[in-house]
Design a protein around this ligand. Sequence first.
Ligand code: DQA
Length: 146
Amino acid sequence: MHIAVINGPNLNLLGVREPERYGTSTLAQIEAALRDRARALGVQQVSWFQSNHEGALVDAVQGLAGAADGALVNAAAYTHTSVALRDAFLAVRVPFVEVHLTNVWAREEVRHRSLLADLALGVVAGFGADSYLLGLEALVGRLRRA
Ligand code: DQA
């Protein structure tokens, strides 16, 4: 099984970016924890991607077709704005779980809308770095039952 993880803008700054909100784990630490959990779950391959650029994220989603069995996606601010990312997920139809470190519905109204959530298997939000691990477990469980 190959799981791809796609991270959007400003997530490269985790650890220093608003730590009171996003926690002190860096994206590299989240990646390491996720790779450990994936190994424990028997996932053969994890690919990890982060970009601050919408087009690069669209390219990454297009690249999932035929390559990944499923994806974990934290599109960060593009979650709330990107029709292009939504269209890319509609095109590739790879099963994915949307994840967020924070509970976006407990924040400003602009973050309450996701252009991806209705396309996702489900959404995990509000558990900090654990959102990634919970999302991985849910995704792998669902793919194994499929
Ligand atoms: C985020 C929530 C988004 O609203 C925000 O723009 C982010 C991070 C999260 O993981 O909580 O950059 O996706």
